[in-house]
Design a protein around this ligand. Structure first.
Ligand code: NAD
Length: 281
């Protein structure tokens, strides 16, 4: 029989996630029998003991690995035997790989956003960056930006505590001092920046529009969105119209899945084919 890869996504409300088909299609390209399941995990009714049981069963059933999303990315930390540097720096895990009895945590949101920036900017530096949104995705973006050598980073969130927590996290992990700011500071901040990243849910169907006035974008900027459904968000449309470089969230979504596939299988993912799959799904 052909070799196989067996994995699953654990999280809440993951029905629409495109990660399962992305993994299955990539596995098939490698001639693998490829099965990727969804396991619903609810914040209100499931706790750390349930997650521990799921991990144990997955390992004993022969799963190669798991992806973990909201609300379990931090709950899973104490259940693991080892953390890769990507997970350690951010204090959150989105990928677990089983190595015999051991469960090892990685964070491919961090590596995935970094890879998408490499695609967009090539050898060019990030410059001074304003990051809008300091939730789970924003935190991954902040660490990726610092790892890529951002010149300065300002984290903006309507919730000041969240912005401060992301700054604290990059200080602790990298010794990098980022600033936190309020949305009303955005005109001055964007005027003094080269890069702008949206890591709020604005742009998705149920959060229509942009998180800030698109008039702040000029042709000096590069603009990255983490939202990838729709691919062409209101923000990216405005960025393109202003003559800015516009980077869709599909890059991060594809690279996080490709990095996880490589961790699960030890094979090299075909990233352009995965991006084509994502755009076609
Ligand atoms: P989250 O709820 O944890 O964080 C969103 C943050 O944005 C919150 O802290 C909120 O206070 C802040 N915010 C909302 N409106 C704002 C505004 N107008 N100005 C400033 N801050 C504002 O959500 P999350 O899990 O970080 O996800 C955010 C988005 O990222 C979602 O749309 C999700 O689909 C997307 N995402 C994409 C990828 C990818 O691979 N491309 C990966 C993860 C998440």
């Amino acid at each position: 029989t052909a070799p196989s890869v067996l994995a699953a996504l654990i999280g809440q409300g993951i029905g629409p996630s495109l990660t399962p088909p992305l993994h299955e299609l990539e596995g098939q390209r490698h001639g693998l029998r490829s099965i990727y399941r969804r396991i619903e995990f609810h914040a209100e009714q499931d706790g750390p003991a349930d997650l521990a049981r799921l991990l144990d069963f997955a390992r004993r059933t022969g799963f190669d690995g798991l992806n973990i999303t909201y609300p379990a990315k931090q709950t899973v930390l104490p259940l693991l035997d080892e953390l890769a540097p990507s997970a350690q720096m951010i204090g959150a895990v989105n990928t677990v790989v089983f190595d015999g009895e051991r469960a090892i945590g990685h964070n491919t949101d961090v590596t995935g956003f970094r890879a998408s920036l490499d695609d967009a900017l090539g050898g060019t530096g990030c410059g001074r960056v304003v990051l809008v949104g300091a939730g789970g995705a924003g935190s991954a973006v902040a660490h990726a930006l610092v790892m890529r050598g951002v010149q300065s980073l300002t984290v903006v969130d309507v919730d000041a505590e969240r912005a401060a927590a992301v700054c604290h996290s990059v200080q602790e992990s990298h010794g990098f001092t980022a600033a936190s700011a309020h949305p009303e500071d955005l005109p001055a901040l964007t005027a003094a920046a080269e890069g702008i990243v949206n890591a709020t849910p604005f742009g998705m169907a149920h959060h229509p529009g942009a998180p800030f006035s698109a008039e702040l974008i000029t042709d000096r900027h590069w603009v990255a969105d983490v939202v990838y459904r729709p691919v062409d968000t209101v923000l990216l449309q405005a960025a393109r119209k202003a003559g800015a470089l516009a980077t869709p969230g599909t890059g991060m979504a594809m690279h996080q899945a490709a990095d996880a596939f490589e961790i699960f299988t030890g094979r090299t993912a075909d990233r352009s084919a995965m991006l084509a799959d994502l755009n076609a799904l």
